[in-house]
Design a protein around this ligand. Structure first.
Ligand SMILES: [Zn+2]
Length: 75
């Protein structure tokens, strides 16, 4: 699953409504640690509608994260 923020294919469904109704799901990204709910607004969950200022490019990731602490981000 693609992360809406860093666009890696490292996102996964971390949780869902306990009654299995599909009312909500929670997604998380292993690459940038972003998390979002399926119930959030389109400008959060839809990659095409997100504000580019909030996207996390590889260059921004290097600025944001201490790569010595997250070795898997070193590429
Ligand atoms: Zn991500």
């Amino acid at each position: 699953m693609k992360c809406v923020r860093c666009l890696s294919d490292d996102a996964y469904k971390a949780a869902e409504a306990p009654d299995k109704s599909g009312a909500w799901e929670l997604y998380c990204c292993r690459t940038c640690n972003y998390g979002w709910r399926s119930t959030e607004e389109e400008d959060i969950v839809n990659i095409e509608k997100r504000n580019p200022a909030f996207q996390l490019t590889p260059e921004k990731m290097e600025q944001v994260f201490d790569l010595n602490k997250i070795p898997e981000l070193r590429k």
